[in-house]
Design a protein around this ligand. Sequence first.
Ligand code: AR6
Length: 172
Amino acid sequence: MAYDRRIELMTGDITSLAVDAIVNAANPSLLGGGGVDGAIHRAAGPGLLAECRKLGGCKTGEAKLTAGHNLPARHVIHTVGPVWRGGSGGEEALLALCYRASLGLAATQRLRSIAFPAISTGVYGFPRPRACALAVDETHRFLLKDGTMERVIFISFDDETEALYRRALGLD
Ligand code: AR6
């Protein structure tokens, strides 16, 4: 299958991207943590935490929007991926929901560019090949019926993850 040219791959730090929204792989408290969540809060500054405190948390598979504060990105979409517990607890469906909820929220806000980290593949332990394939599938499904989004970036922190995205897009 030919991949949608609105999809781009990058390697690096998501906090450096000047896009309409970067997606945060958060936890249900939305009050910060390690990994990409910690990096986003550090770069955004204390205003992000203050705004997050007012949101009342976020359930697994859901997404909430804040401003980007000191980030070059205009907004942050906070989503909570599933913790991997072997795969029989609906983890795949929940991770798919994260992508659907984040893209849906971006579309309702008329955002045109969005960047995703590999949600759940760090501390939460979701197997990377499956997570990358699922991210690509859900995004393709969304883009088929969306006329607003211009760029969906999958940003990897390491070369192996980028290779997994390339495979999922049929680029290798
Ligand atoms: N830019 C892009 N990707 C990154 C960055 C960055 N600056 N930093 C890490 N990654 P993780 P999770 C990649 O652990 O598995 C937090 O404590 C990383 O290599 O950040 O969803 C939250 O508060 C990995 O591929 O998120 C939660 O408690 C991916 O981002 C928990 O971790 C996700 O790794 C969420 O765990």
